[in-house]
Design a protein around this ligand. Structure first.
Ligand code: TPP
Ligand code: MG
Length: 325
């Protein structure tokens, strides 16, 4: 199994930093009201996507949910394809028909995201079954928020995966909220999601979802175990979304009070990007000049992708009913 070498640490930092800047810049642009799609930004949750996706191999496949930008990008989906999708253009990864919640990058192993909670969990199990039937040593990864653990299909999927020892990695991003509802009104006090998974005899671990190195380590162990026939694994990654549920604002900007500014500040103090950067600097694994160069490269990448997206044509209205079943 790979170790957490200096190269891996540098790669992980570059990944979380890139996701952060892309989401921040896209959220800023979203305020111009020219992206005609609802968008669930993943600012604050980057370490889960980066840590898991960096632990995967080329054959593995990834499924996601409505908060999918980080997963798509971390798996190798092209930024230009995401940007054009947000602007509803023909060069979007779903040809401008899907919007923010329906991303795809099949060639990179990011199969699809869907806004219907739980839907892609079952489909990921189908991919895992296909790997098994074809004798392919691939792993199917399902990313979802903790509210999916309140959907029946989640338990059917866990059960089916456990019985068949399917090569699935269930990755729950527990950011404590489902839209504006906290865990306390949705789950009995003392609930541990890892216990629920364990009840189905699925190996389950809770990790600090704001520590990209810890997420990577846990995902790496899980993927190795799954690939060698150990059966499915459930990872609960504790994290927090910084922005409103859907849209580019902070909740306090929008005058919402379902969670406090103090709570947000507590989590901002545990920023996954700063945490990774400080660790690299403390361990002497990166110079300030390199950090600046990486930053310049990301800003340029974003400038180019957004310019390309905005120059892209609109889909042809005559094709509107193509692929509609
Ligand atoms: C089956 C289903 N029920 C309800 C919704 C409405 N809905 C959209 S996002 C969301 C919150 C999901 O919370 P969570 O899964 O924790 O993800 P997060 O938004 O926190 O990342 C809800 C209830 C939906 N999309 N699908
Ligand atoms: Mg949530």
């Amino acid at each position: 199994m790979d170790a957490l070498t200096p190269d891996v640490k540098r790669r992980l930092y570059r990944s979380v930093f890139r996701l952060r800047r892309i989401e921040e810049r896209l959220a800023d642009l979203y305020r111009e009201q020219t992206m005609r799609t609802p968008a669930h930004f993943g600012v604050g949750q980057e370490a889960v996507a980066s840590g898991v996706c960096e632990a995967l191999g080329a054959r593995d496949v990834v499924y996601s949910h409505h908060r999918c930008h980080n997963h798509y990008l971390a798996r190798g989906g092209k930024l230009a394809g995401l940007a054009a999708e947000l602007y509803g253009r023909i060069d979007g990864c779903a040809r401008g028909r899907g919007g923010s919640v329906h991303l795809t990058a099949r060639d990179q192993g990011f199969i699809v995201s869907s806004a219907i909670l739980g839907q892609t969990v079952a489909v990921a199990c189908g991919s895992a079954l296909a790997f098994r039937m074809d004798g392919v040593p691939g792993v199917a990864v399902s990313f979802f928020g903790e509210a999916t653990c309140e959907e029946g299909v989640f338990y059917e999927s866990l059960n089916y995966a456990a019985i068949n020892r399917l090569p699935v990695l269930f990755v729950c991003e527990n950011n404590l909220y489902s839209t504006e509802s906290p865990l306390s009104v949705r789950q009995p006090a003392g609930t541990a999601l890892t216990d629920r998974a364990a009840a189905f005899k699925v190996e389950a671990h809770q990790v600090d979802g704001n520590d990209v190195f810890e997420v990577w380590n846990a995902a790496r162990h899980a993927v190795d175990s799954i690939r060698s026939g150990g059966g499915p694994v459930f990872l609960e990654c504790m994290t927090y979304r910084w922005l409103e549920h859907v849209g580019p604002k902070f909740d306090h900007e929008a005058g919402r009070s379902y969670r406090s500014r103090e709570e947000l500040d507590h989590w901002i103090a545990r920023c996954p990007v700063r945490h990774a950067r400080e660790r690299l600097l403390a361990e002497g694994l990166v110079s300030k000049a390199e950090l600046d160069a990486w930053s310049d490269a990301v800003e340029q990448e974003i400038d180019d992708a957004v310019a390309t997206a905005r120059d892209s044509a609109w889909p042809d209205a005559a094709d509107l009913f193509e692929n509609v079943h």
